[in-house]
Design a protein. Structure first.
Length: 230
């Protein structure tokens, strides 16, 4: 009987070791992905959009803006804690008809930019809220058969506001003011950066992503108008 138990034990030990290894790898990988969510992927050098290849730009280490965005982030966060009305009243409006994005603080328009919205997929209209911000992310989709396939690594300054729809910078075209996307709102990278750090949720200077919470809610996004048929 003892011999049988010993044999069973010898059989179970390797199985237990394998299970433990699988569990460790699973949770380590999950932790790694969570920790690095929104980070720049240095291994991705080439992007594809509708059959054409594009060079992926280098990571933006220093802000291209004319002010210290990280100082503004800290001030923004402090203002939120104190209940600043300007931060509570922030909103982004996108007029599909004019392909223009407006940023408001209360009744004051603080920024406006030409954008490119959905041509190969409609940009949704309605009222939404930013639910996650990512400094960089991978976007893929479309159809190879139809010639609309896209593989876009390191899409900068991405703010998802409804399912897979986002406001983000684009390096694969310069056709601003005309519909070209699969439903997202494309922006020039310097414009997208400025909006990214202005909008909520507030993102700390040492992180690559932030999700909206009750204490750090996302900025409202309102989309209206009719997309022109370019």
């Amino acid at each position: 009987m003892f011999k049988n138990k010993f044999i069973v034990s010898l059989f179970l030990i390797p199985i237990a070791a394998i299970l433990i290894s699988v569990i460790v790898i699973f949770f380590s990988d999950k932790l790694f992905k969570t920790k690095n969510e929104g980070a720049y992927d240095i291994s991705k050098k080439t992007a594809i959009f509708h059959g054409k290849e594009y060079q992926v730009p280098e990571e933006i280490i220093q802000p291209v803006l004319g002010y210290n965005v990280f100082t503004d982030i800290e001030n923004n966060a402090t203002s939120n804690v104190l209940g600043s009305e300007s931060n509570k009243d922030k909103r982004i409006e996108i007029d599909l008809s004019s392909q223009t994005l407006y940023a408001y603080e209360g009744n004051e328009k603080v920024m406006s930019f030409l954008v490119s919205t959905g041509k190969w997929g409609l940009t949704p209209t309605g009222e939404y809220q930013i639910w996650i911000k990512l400094r960089y992310t991978l976007m893929t989709g479309g159809s190879k058969d139809l010639g609309t396939y896209y593989y876009l690594p390191n899409v900068p300054y991405t703010m998802y506001f409804y399912k897979g729809y986002a406001i983000h910078g684009a390096y694969w075209h310069t056709d601003w003011g005309h519909p070209i996307s699969h439903g997202c709102i494309n922006m020039q990278i310097p414009d997208a950066e400025k909006l990214f750090y202005w909008a909520n949720p507030v993102i700390p200077s040492n992180t690559n992503s932030i999700k909206s919470t009750e204490d750090n809610p996302g900025t409202k996004v309102i989309i209206y108008g009719t997309t022109p048929k370019d």
